[in-house]
Design a protein around this ligand. Sequence first.
Ligand code: NAP
Length: 531
Amino acid sequence: MTISGKQLIGGEWTAGDGGAFHAVNPTNGKRLMPAISIASNRQVEAAVRMAEAASKKFKHTPLNVRADFLRSCADQIMELGDELLERVSEETGYPRARAEGERARTCNQLRMFASYIESGDYLDARIDTALPDRQPLPRPDIRHINQPIGPVVVFGASNFPLAFSVAGGDTAAALAAGCPVIVKGHPAHPGTSELVAQAIAKAVNQADLPRGVFSFLIDQGHAVGAQLVKAPAVKAVGFTGSFAGGSALVALANQRPDPIPVFAEMGSVNPMFLLPQALKNNAASLAAGFVSSFTMGSGQFCVKPGLVFAVEGPHLEEFIAAASKLVADAAPAVMLNDRICDSFGKALDERISAGDLQILAQGKAPDGQKGFYSQVTLFGSTAATILEKPELLEETFGPASIIIRCRDESEMLNAARKLPGQLTATLHGTEQELADFAALADQLVEMAGRLVVNGFPTGVEVCHSMVHGGPFPATSDARFTSVGTNAIMRFVRPVCYQNYPEALLPPALRNHNPLGITRLVNGVRTAEPIA
Ligand code: NAP
């Protein structure tokens, strides 16, 4: 396969009419070939039109056909072989092992959604049969099912070129639900995005699905994304990125005559709490795990632990000394692109010049090499300072974290109560301590989507039980996850049929249960047909 720099509009590859740009290799600042063309207004309109037309047919595709299509997407991505892995590394600076790991995650995610929809569970089929003789009023026949919401726009994320981009979690969930997808690719990895789009286009052809089921557009700016969010035929949006970007898209969607949901995952500081006995028992190993977690992927993870709380004392000092030593040895960290590198540099400068934080340790400084590099930095502060300066509770996207000394346990609990919504919160403690600090755990569950115990928040498992979400500002809607099979719930809406002829109902709701799925029939969960 070769990268053409074109857009995919309902099965056709065409050069964008809106100008062009080049991807840049962040490790050396060199432009990557070829030039990437930008979609014009007219091309965006065409992709939306095709998606709208495809939606009417795609929503009726049998579950097994859709499942095979998702598996075929995974197979086609694997077929891209080394070309994909090399391009990921060139466009992101990620080592090959990371590219391979992310590819495996992406393909497993597609396959997991395939098996999940075959079970029919997400349809939430419910049947209340008619009770014509009920007194004082008869009950009609009412049957409930989740149906696809309609065309979905997905914004590729900069930091996950595969797992949260063209065929990432949002796309897999939307296609699994039966929604056509238009991806707005991230301009930091356009070649990677195009290769994956080529793989999906092949899978669409093989499954003989309507061509508008999948389109891929790209630009370097906000015009294409904004036009897509405003397009009347678009019914939902999946986004992973900055708070500013996510908030802007939510605002745009709310200004529509018919507001639509924007499921924005906007980041988090992912506080960690080290309880006294755990700190006493494991100060050095906790420090090693923490430094590895906050510097992994150059700190460019939405679940990077950005704040660590512990009660002051000799064991906390031991933890700080061990972490500082590791940080001092850290090499300059390659960042995804110039914009992210600049924002991280500015955030460090502002924090240092404000004088509220103490620099505990810094890694090796970039020594003038070309490319986008930053310095790993570990700050120290106190709970009192953090509580007075809420801006210190904001995410810095990159390899930096703050260790916060608390005077005592009640100050630590008080600090936890002041934290805004988070994707994750982490507790390190012995079993006895976890019981003693149940109030702290309870507070963390109030504020975060995932509570991690005696581990680190980086490494988000893709599974049925995962919650990668959380209260605002971590996401725009705390009721949903963007990772794991439950992410499909963002792209369906419930509908019920009242007294509709049995033979015309969707197969999942027919009496003889042709799909063999489990349903809630008159309040009882069963896979039995209705006599
Ligand atoms: P971003 O600036 O939020 O951009 C993400 C995507 O949304 C890009 O495709 C961008 O288009 C588009 N976009 C942003 N604002 C928009 C607007 N007002 N209207 C229409 N489209 C808009 O995120 P990023 O480029 O990935 O990284 C920048 C910062 O985001 C980072 O420094 C970090 O703070 C944060 N971030 C957070 C996470 C997380 O997991 N929470 C992940 C990655 C990044 P263009 O790029 O074409 O402008």
